[in-house]
Design a protein around this ligand. Structure first.
Ligand SMILES: NC(=O)c1ccc[n+]([C@@H]2O[C@H](COP(=O)([O-])OP(=O)(O)OC[C@H]3O[C@@H](n4cnc5c(N)ncnc54)[C@H](O)[C@@H]3O)[C@@H](O)[C@H]2O)c1
Ligand SMILES: [Zn+2]
Length: 357
């Protein structure tokens, strides 16, 4: 494993991240440092840093409750207020220690506080290690619509500490694998094969898979930082997936991001066949691996109208059409495919029937 330098000018430390964090902080001389985490990450991950870091005693802590239902402006106001109370100024640093909810929320809070202060990400879930902490998208949900508030703002560094995964629930690991598999499906047969090999028999380790996945995401966002073009490929599974997440948020029931995305990948694979002529063999393969290795959210007929209504408000749409990033084959994404409600409904029904078999 080697550290990875991004073309945005920051490093992703993966080789010896805890020592690198110490050295990095020492070199920066920030006026103040605060750590944002949720109840779980501050309990199980922060002590791990304390064990090694001589800087830890100088940090102020900002704690929020865990879960997607906290990724909103009300909680963010609390975070900004704490930053103000602790006296963070424009030369201060916010450390985001957590999963994607924390890196999205902390990135947003830092990028808007005093017109933008520095932040770093220390992802603690697999999903945040391979995806959410990378790429400069920050976000909050608005009225349960996913990431309707957000900025593009890169962290100053990312420190990936795979040891954190030892306390993460098995279902959260599976959730992270939805994005790992998505990276394989949109960009890289080899990565897909390695991911399956890890899930099947552990022959390939996370020490190999995590950097592979990070590099795929980084290479795509480096080509298209503001999502005008190829970065949209990363949204495969997400038009449907985000609608599923919003649907459950509206019902007051939390589901994992990766679980929604796994189901979204299945539905959007049906659409890839009907709209982009993806071979049936690719569909069959995707429909085999997703329920086998991941925990896709379940769908039923009663959800269809609500899901389509939620997709209509998806921020990826540029007009009244509902836009998708689909596949023409595995590892060949096609962007900006407009689909009618009938086509989407048909794909949802096919997926519902597939679950019933
Ligand atoms: N900005 C992006 O590019 C991007 C990309 C993908 C996903 N996301 C966002 O990421 C979010 C999902 O992230 P997530 O799946 O990491 O969820 P999360 O942050 O809610 O974390 C999942 C759960 O695991 C707990 N946890 C975290 N680390 C732990 C650890 N090491 N040990 C024990 N428990 C731990 C958390 O407290 C939480 O309860 C969604 O809001 C999604 O929209 C953003
Ligand atoms: Zn995602």
């Amino acid at each position: 494993m080697n550290d990875i330098r991004s073309s945005f000018g920051y490093d992703i430390f993966i080789e010896d991240p805890i020592a690198s964090l110490d050295t990095w902080l020492e070199a920066q001389q920030y006026s103040k440092v605060a750590i944002l985490g949720d109840t779980h990450t501050l309990e199980v991950c922060l002590p791990y840093l304390n064990l090694y870091s001589k800087h830890s005693s100088h940090y102020d802590l900002i704690e929020i409750d865990p879960g997607e239902d906290n990724k909103n402006i009300d909680i963010c106001i609390g975070v900004w207020s704490m930053m103000q109370e602790f006296g963070l100024d424009r030369k201060s640093l916010l450390i985001n220690l957590g999963g994607g909810v924390i890196t999205d929320m902390g990135g947003f809070a830092a990028s808007t506080y005093m017109r933008g202060i520095d932040f770093i990400n220390i992802p603690t879930t697999l999903l945040a290690m391979v995806d959410a902490s990378i790429g400069g998208k920050t976000g909050l949900d608005l009225q349960n619509y996913k990431n309707h508030l957000g900025t593009f703002h890169h962290p100053k560094a990312i420190f990936i500490i795979p040891e954190f995964l030892s306390t993460l629930h098995e279902l959260e690991i599976k959730s992270g694998f939805a994005e790992v598999i998505k990276h394989g499906l949109i960009a890289d047969h080899l990565h897909l094969r390695d991911a399956i090999s890890f899930l099947e028999n552990g022959e390939i380790g996370l020490d190999v898979l995590i950097p592979q996945s990070v590099k795929i995401k980084l290479a795509i966002v480096e080509k298209d930082p503001f999502e005008k073009d190829i970065r949209k490929a990363l949204n495969f599974g997400h038009t449907v997936g985000h609608a599923i997440e919003s649907y459950y948020l509206n019902k007051g029931k939390l589901i994992m991001h990766g679980s929604a995305i796994a189901c979204g990948i299945m539905v959007e694979s049906f659409l890839s066949v009907s709209k982009c002529k993806m071979p049936e063999t690719d569909l069959k393969y995707i429909l085999e691996i997703i329920p086998n290795y991941l925990e896709p959210a379940k769908l039923n007929e009663e959800m269809i109208l609500d899901l389509i209504e939620l997709m209509r408000k998806d921020k990826k749409n540029e007009s009244s059409e509902i836009k998708f990033s689909l596949l023409s084959t595995i590892a060949s994404p096609i962007l900006n495919i407009g689909c009618t409600e009938e086509e989407i409904s048909e794909a949802l029904v096919k997926c519902i029937h597939y679950f019933k078999i």
